[in-house]
Design a protein around this ligand. Sequence first.
Ligand code: SF4
Length: 220
Amino acid sequence: MSTENKTETICRSCIDCAAGACDGKHGTYPSFCLTADIKDGGEAAPLCDESMDKYLNDPEDSLIAKASATVEFENYCKMTRIEEICEFASKIGAAKLGIATCVGLLREARTAAEIFRHKGFEVYGTACKVGAIRKTDIGLDPEQESLGPHICNPILQAKILNEKKTDLNIVIGLCVGHDSLFYKYSNALCTTLVTKDRVLGHNPAAALYQADGYYSKLLK
Ligand code: SF4
């Protein structure tokens, strides 16, 4: 497909917006703006009403929304993410934290657990290879065992933390997709401390910052 045809078929949305006027600070709404459409009673207006109903009338959602906004307000540009997680956990009344870690980041997970324990939380963790199931046992090609014989087992990680009745689960460096399964099976709320990027030192945003530079290949 040519670039011109691709452009014609793109359905514009927030990811095509350079204004960000919905933050209430600057700019004007573009022609395809979702907020402008909602204010005009467009198709997302009922969804906006549903979200408001959750914030106002669902006790858990209300607590989480207010706690996360307050963590941002009180600590803006002052706290690191791990400090913000501690603050957030305290504000929602979480006493028992689960850690779902990549086995390759066990050292970092131990440090995180030490910090959480120092702050008074109970901590229980599961590593991604827990259960030591062979890759071939779930139908993967034997060739894939060259990276290590065992699967990442995010479903088991989540199920063990569910059994332990953790209040808030914290992901440390699970692979793309394995994190998706963990989120899917976790009973507790989840947040992420470390997002895995093996090439960029767990800073995936670096590829975006360099998309017009060292990582311009991503757009070719
Ligand atoms: S809601 Fe409107 S102003 Fe906000 S990011 Fe989306 S398109 Fe841009």
